[in-house]
Design a protein around this ligand. Structure first.
Ligand SMILES: Cc1ncc(COP(=O)(O)O)c(C=O)c1O
Length: 366
């Protein structure tokens, strides 16, 4: 069957193997997975409670517009429910944006080292895209403006970015938004916003009223711990959201995801504990990496990009043999790095012990 050249050339997203399978292959036990920026504390307990309550409703189709969740989120975020759309993970939301607004001949812009899905969306659409050189591994917003032309339809920004953990400031973002033409849509991906502590961090919601060409994307996969259920959302001008609603599949978000998210939104204790364990994890990891003389990028999310003392893939393989799974990021054009999710204290410790052994093996040349 013929497919378009854009599909032929698509490089599929490479998911990690299941932990159990890796343990079997490597002959190891109690492997630790620090590869997918998941919440090490698990799903929100309040979310699970709600999910259990609705499990008996699985013979019914889901509520197509995520009615109850939209109501709750609209109160929490102080915006109208018409300004919100949900997706099967924020990944689907990023795709719906592409499918809704892209027209043949349009261009898409994102940063070098930005979250890989922006490129995948652009390629799947067959769009002309520009990957703007990063500055110190982060988004260079002022240079990104140089790539915006009359045919630029969508700019994807990640703040903080995955896999670099970098952040741009309120001032940088405002200067950027003030210069972007109104017919270019800016998609601000805030998958890790709940983790950010920096007073200079721009809360996308505060910009929504002023800029009608802005869409914010968030997820329940990270701090809420619901990655396996697949649910995320976007907020934006109601006209933009209504166009996206025309494109989205009618029952795109399953019932359990909707109700677990509803419970998780109220789970302040889970969020507090997650932030605390992440902060402590960073303190420990930075201190230990400094001692080992391993360079890393200071992160605003729940993971660290580490410059490996050998090729990233080699480091990944050595860690794997020690039962620690991290994420090589060669596919991002970062062959000398790996990304490590902050885990529970014992998991972080296991990673550091494994890194030490990997370094020793490398020194000995075996
Ligand atoms: C920056 C960013 N955006 C979006 C996503 C997609 O998350 P999900 O589809 O699980 O909501 C991720 C996942 O890692 C991410 O890092």
């Amino acid at each position: 069957m013929r497919v378009g050249e854009n599909i032929e050339k698509l490089v599929p997203y490479v998911p990690g193997k299941p932990v159990e399978e890796l343990e079997r292959e490597m002959g190891i036990k109690n492997a630790v997975k620090l590869a997918s920026n998941e919440n090490p504390l698990g799903p929100s307990p309040k979310g699970i409670r709600m999910l259990k309550k609705y499990i008996k409703q699985l013979h019914r189709y889901p509520e197509g517009g995520c009615y109850y969740l939209a109501e709750k989120l609209s109160t929490k975020l102080d915006i109208d429910s018409e300004n919100i759309i949900f997706g099967n993970g924020s990944n689907e939301v990023l795709e719906i944006i592409g499918r809704t607004f892209y027209e043949p001949g349009d261009e898409i812009v994102f940063s070098q080292y930005a979250f890989i899905v922006y490129k995948l969306v652009a390629q799947a659409l067959g769009a002309v895209y520009h990957e703007v050189p990063a500055n110190n591994l982060g988004h260079d917003l002022s240079n990104m403006l140089n790539y915006i032309h009359p045919r630029t339809k969508i700019v994807y920004l990640a703040n903080p970015n995955n896999p670099t953990g970098t952040m741009f400031t309120k001032k940088e973002f405002k200067d950027f938004m003030d210069r972007v033409p109104e017919n270019t849509l800016v998609v601000l991906d805030e998958a890790y916003s709940e983790y950010v502590d920096d007073p200079d961090y721009p809360d996308g919601l505060e910009f929504l009223r002023k800029y009608k060409n802005l869409i914010i994307v968030r997820t329940f996969s990270k701090i809420y711990g619901l990655a396996g259920l697949r649910i995320g959302y976007a907020c934006g001008d109601k006209n933009l959201i209504s166009y996206m609603n025309r494109v989205r599949e009618p029952f795109n978000v399953n019932t359990l995801a909707q109700f677990a998210a509803l419970g998780a939104l109220d789970d302040h204790e889970h969020i507090r504990k997650t932030k605390e364990i992440t902060k402590e994890g960073f303190e420990y990891l930075y201190k230990e990496l400094d001692k080992l003389g391993i360079e890393y990028v200071k992160s605003h999310a729940n993971f660290i990009l580490i410059k490996t003392p050998m090729k990233g893939n080699e480091f990944y393989d050595l860690l794997l043999k020690e039962g620690v799974i991290v994420r090589p990021v060669g596919g991002y054009g970062l062959p000398d790095y790996v990304r490590v999710t902050v885990g529970k204290p014992n998991e972080n410790k296991k990673f550091i012990t494994a890194a030490k052994r990997a370094l020793r093996k490398k020194d000995k040349g075996d």
